[in-house]
Design a protein around this ligand. Sequence first.
Ligand SMILES: Cc1cc2nc3c(=O)[nH]c(=O)nc-3n(C[C@H](O)[C@H](O)[C@H](O)COP(=O)(O)O)c2cc1C
Length: 207
Amino acid sequence: MRPAEPLPLLAIGASPRRGGNTDVMLKWIAEGATAAGQPMAVVQLRDVVVRPCIGCERCRRDKRCTGHGDGMQLLYPLIEAARGLVLASPTHSYNVTAWMKAFIDRLYCYYDFSDHRPRRWSSRLGGQGRRALVCTVAEQPEIDDIGFTLEAMAKPLTSLGYRVMDQLAAQPFFDLGSVRQDPLLAERLRAAGALLARAVTDDTQDV
Ligand SMILES: Cc1cc2nc3c(=O)[nH]c(=O)nc-3n(C[C@H](O)[C@H](O)[C@H](O)COP(=O)(O)O)c2cc1C
C-alpha cells in the first residue's frame, strides 16, 4: 500500500454563538482528527455569507451554483477537496439552524438529473469514498428534544454520496460552552474525529 497523502478534512459549524457548545464540540472532533494525523479546517457559517437557494435550477445546466455570488463560492472548492466532512449544528426548534439549512440546500448543485420524468438523480460527489460525521447539541434531555436535527444533516449527505459514520448528540446543555463539563463527551467526540481521519486515509476501504 502506498503511503497516504494528506487528505483534508472540513468541518462546518452552524451555531450563532461564538465559543458556544457547537464550537467546543467541533474543537474536540478536530483534536481527535489531528491526533490521528489529519488536521481539520473549521468554517463557521456565522462568518460567511451563505444565501438560501433560490431554486433557479441554473445548476442543472451550469454544473455549479451560478445563482449567488456569495461566500459559498469559497466553500465549494473546500468541500470538493475534503474527503471527510463534519456538519455541526445546535438544535433550533427541533431542527438545524437556518444557516445549516441554507448551506445544505446550496449543495443541490452537485446533483445531476436525467431528462426522463420522474427525474432520476445522481451526485457528482458520489463514489469517491467520502465520509462524514454529523453532530448537534440541545438544551433538553430527551432524544425527542433534538427532533429532526441529526437526520436533517445525515440524510442529504447520504444522498450526496457520503457515508455518515456517526451521528452525535450532546444533551442537556444550554449555557455557553457548558459541554466542557462533560469529559466523556469530549472523549467520544475525539474518538469520532479520529475515526473519520483514519477512514479517509485508509484506501483499502470501499467507496
Ligand atoms: C432559537 C432556538 C431554538 C432552540 N430550540 C431547541 C430545541 O428545539 N430543543 C432543545 O433541546 N434546545 C433548543 N434550543 C437550545 C439550544 O439547542 C442549546 O442552548 C444549545 O446548547 C446551543 O448550542 P450553541 O451554544 O452551540 O449555540 C434552542 C435555542 C435557540 C436559540
